[in-house]
Design a protein around this ligand. Sequence first.
Ligand SMILES: Cc1cc2nc3c(=O)[nH]c(=O)nc-3n(C[C@H](O)[C@H](O)[C@H](O)COP(=O)(O)OP(=O)(O)OC[C@H]3O[C@@H](n4cnc5c(N)ncnc54)[C@H](O)[C@@H]3O)c2cc1C
Length: 384
Amino acid sequence: MDFSFSDEQRAFQETIRRFGAEKLAPRYQAREKEGVIDRDLCREMGELGMIAPELPEKFGGMGLDSVTAGIAIEEVARADFNVSYVQLIGSLMGTLIAQHAAEDIAHRVIADICAGRSIVALGLTEPRGGSDAAHLILRARKDGGDFILNGEKTSISLADQADEIVVFTRTNEAEDGARGVSAFLVPLDAEGISTTRFDDLGSGAVGRGSVFFDDVRVPADAMIGPENQGFRVVMQGFDYSRALIGLQCIACAEASIEEAWEYVKEREAFGGPIARFQGVTEPLAEAETLLYAAKLLCYKTLWLRDQGEPHTSEAAMCKWWAPRVAFDAIHNALLVHGHYGYSRELPHQQRLRDVLGLQIGDGTQQIQKMIIAREKIGRIAVPY
Ligand SMILES: Cc1cc2nc3c(=O)[nH]c(=O)nc-3n(C[C@H](O)[C@H](O)[C@H](O)COP(=O)(O)OP(=O)(O)OC[C@H]3O[C@@H](n4cnc5c(N)ncnc54)[C@H](O)[C@@H]3O)c2cc1C
């Protein structure tokens, strides 16, 4: 058993940590107010190989392993949780496109994702519900060599900032479940598309909203994966994104815990530093333990992926547990800062609001636990 990173991975980690400290962390709170992801910053990250470095070299990626992609997302999220969404969505959508799109589409889109020139959104959730995602109703009707899309996707991260979207549609009306779903890559400036933005609690720089499709015409070769099998395609991708989300949330919490350790050495009460009180250090020590354990689980999951081993259950464990551990850790770090922690001057409140979103996004904890149960005892543990 070897838990160490390679020399190359450590050097990569060091480079990104420095980039994060210099370029990302100082403007984490300012980006929330601006409400956008800075595209020049994305291009700089692209040049440093920080976006989806695991995507195949033949399409413009670096062909590295998933563990290295985990290192990259962890270091960025430590400095700015919201900028790391670009890496998350890059890895999730890039993998889907690399594995299932036509070669010419994969070449164009993946090179742009990795270079930080393009963001591709995930269009799965609909107003009637996200947990039961297979029963989607957005319709793609065949019209000669094209498809015509009508309906609404909602709760889409980066809806009003992304360049393209992979949208999951119903192509077989006779089937109302997963078997009648196909995916299409659609430019978000296509005729008939409009977007909205929600007034969210957190992740203001990312933004979330609805995407409306009103007679949007797409060519048949924009289909990603086989017709009527798009749902299976996206579900495989979540086994990867869930481990990356875990690392995003853990790193964000580690930043707050590090700041809390510094604070307890300086802040004084009852004639000395508050670090002398076990009631102060105990929640921080607990957070250290839980974050450490959750991080190991995430890296183990990525390592399993790199070995080509099944990791559906582990990925679901990462997804339900790490965001919750992270939320609790940040909550404790905020409390340790006393009344200062409650102020918007400090970043803890923003981190708390930001990681909360990923207790829901990419599947709630109830759904993750259902997946773990299904992996353990089979389909008797799922509704259908
Ligand atoms: C920050 C954020 C980012 C997101 N980004 C995207 C994105 O980029 N693209 C995209 O397509 N979607 C995105 N989503 C949507 C997300 O995937 C859905 O919100 C999520 O899957 C839950 O769906 P829902 O909100 O419709 O809740 P519902 O499905 O309506 O569920 C409501 C509640 O009921 C519970 N529940 C439902 N079914 C069961 C069950 N069988 N057993 C036990 N409990 C159950 C759920 O756990 C939840 O607590 C994002 C959401 C958030 C918050």
